[in-house]
Ligand binder design. Structure first.
Ligand code: C2E
Ligand code: C2E
Ligand code: C2E
Length: 90
């Protein structure tokens, strides 16, 4: 493991998420809404999430975490730096 870089942050763009078709974004949108509710964090344009949450979402979407990260980056709802969070493990 490289120790020179800071750990990656996973940041969801909640505004972009609203423009992704519901059949794709639905599980992610529900998951993000659940985290917002648990935190009482309703007014943000972005939502920082745990690396573990991306792994959980990968189970929900039934793809490897790195594949889901690429998908979410392509949709524009996840910051590109987030791919480092799941790059080392596959
Ligand atoms: P918890 O995991 O027992 O965390 C309790 C409180 O510790 C959180 O209250 C928050 O103030 C703080 N905390 C825990 N981990 C972190 C962290 O990585 N960063 C920061 N800044 N604070 C942290 P909060 O935010 O009101 O969340 C309440 C509960 O909601 C959490 O209890 C957890 O069960 C759930 N939750 C909130 N956000 C997330 C999330 O992003 N992912 C997951 N899986 N659960 C979350
Ligand atoms: P940052 O992590 O780069 O976040 C920049 C801004 O994005 C935040 O400004 C906030 O407006 C938004 N943001 C990021 N994640 C979330 C989120 O999960 N929910 C919401 N509602 N907004 C989010 P803000 O709040 O003025 O924070 C400025 C900086 O202060 C942050 O930069 C970070 O470096 C630090 N910070 C704020 N809250 C926390 C925290 O809970 N834990 C840690 N470690 N740093 C924090
Ligand atoms: P952050 O607040 O800057 O926290 C960075 C990392 O420090 C977290 O990465 C986690 O590994 C550790 N950490 C911070 N606070 C706690 C804590 O109270 N308990 C534990 N066990 N570890 C802690 P992680 O988990 O990947 O979370 C990434 C970001 O997601 C956090 O950045 C924060 O912005 C957000 N987040 C995660 N969980 C929560 C939560 O429960 N509540 C809130 N408000 N934000 C959370």
């Amino acid at each position: 493991t490289g120790s020179s870089e800071p750990p990656p942050k996973l940041v969801l763009d909640l505004e972009r998420l609203q423009s992704v078709p519901a059949e794709k974004a639905g599980p992610l949108a529900r998951y993000a809404a659940t985290i917002q509710g648990q935190r009482g964090d309703y007014n943000g344009k972005v939502l920082s999430i745990r690396t573990d949450d991306l792994r959980t979402l990968a189970v929900i979407y039934d793809v490897p975490p790195a594949v889901l990260a690429e998908q979410l980056i392509t949709w524009g709802v996840l910051n590109a730096d987030a791919r480092r969070a799941v790059a080392q493990e596959d």
